[in-house]
Write a protein that binds this ligand. Structure first.
Ligand SMILES: [Mg+2]
Length: 262
């Protein structure tokens, strides 16, 4: 038994990859424990660095697992990046290096998504970068021109790699690095984990709630918990397979699966 119980918290900030599923495989024990926590009145908010899909898609996928989800309790790094830009520059012209989920979240945030030709003229006011599996030299060049003209440089996240069932694929951080190198600039803002911004979005309207961050990674999930001043629970079903030798600050417990923390 862990010395942390999911039931001691008002809200759980739950990661997807490595917690709910791994590739196409569902991690049943974790899903079961979260369903039980929700049934007993604990609120679930899902927080992911994946910007390729919309909140609406993930809410649907989570409901298929029997978890209570709508667009209101799903936060992606794409949503966080779009929200941050729209708060700072409402209606701004943005160029997106990313996939459909990021483009849709920009539209929903009221941003004006421009094409590569416009960005190439240096007319985008912000360049938002997420994982883009159709990344091309044309996109890199268009984004660069706007960055050199002074556009805000916003990263959905800086994850270096994405764990797959058969190894690692490049993450959004690889696209961010290409643009950093070309422009000589670092991102002005990184929206996703470990940024405490995405945690504050997830907890918006839940002031004073006791919140527990549940995730499989030390560098993103647990580091976000530390920066946001929240408790963390590390689950060994994803990227992290062995308990760390020294528990980083914020990590209250390490469990093999979430049933152990019910
Ligand atoms: Mg994960």
């Amino acid at each position: 038994m862990a010395d942390v119980s999911l039931l001691d918290y008002d809200v759980l900030l739950v990661d997807f990859d490595g917690v709910l599923w791994l590739g196409s495989r569902i991690i049943e024990e974790n899903v079961k424990a979260l369903r039980e926590a929700a049934r007993r009145g604990v609120e679930l908010v899902f927080v992911s660095n994946n910007s390729t899909r919309t909140r609406r898609y993930y809410a649907w996928r989570l409901r298929q697992l029997g978890l209570p989800a709508s667009e209101d309790n799903v936060v992606t790094s794409g949503f966080a990046a779009a929200t941050w830009v729209s708060e700072r520059a409402p209606g701004a012209r943005v160029y997106v290096v990313g996939e459909e989920g990021l483009v849709v979240e920009c539209h929903l945030a009221g941003l004006n998504v421009v094409d590569a030709e416009t960005a190439r003229k240096g007319l985008a006011e912000a360049v938002i970068v997420g994982l883009d599996r159709l990344f091309t030299y044309t996109k890199l060049a268009a984004a660069l021109r706007s960055l050199l003209a002074g556009a805000l440089f916003v990263a959905a996240n800086e994850d270096h790699v994405l764990p797959r069932e058969d190894g690692f694929d490049p993450g959004a951080g690889a696209m961010v690095a290409a643009l950093s190198r070309a422009s000589g600039r670092e991102p002005d803002f990184v929206a996703g984990k470990p940024s405490p911004y995405i945690a504050s979005l997830a907890l918006r309207g839940r002031r004073g709630a006791r919140a527990l961050v549940i995730g499989d990674r030390l560098d993103t999930d647990m580091e976000m918990a530390r920066r946001a001043g929240l408790d963390g629970l590390l689950v060994l079903t994803g990227v992290t397979r062995e308990p760390p030798e020294r528990l980083p600050e914020a990590v209250k417990a390490v469990v093999n699966n979430l049933i152990e923390a019910l």
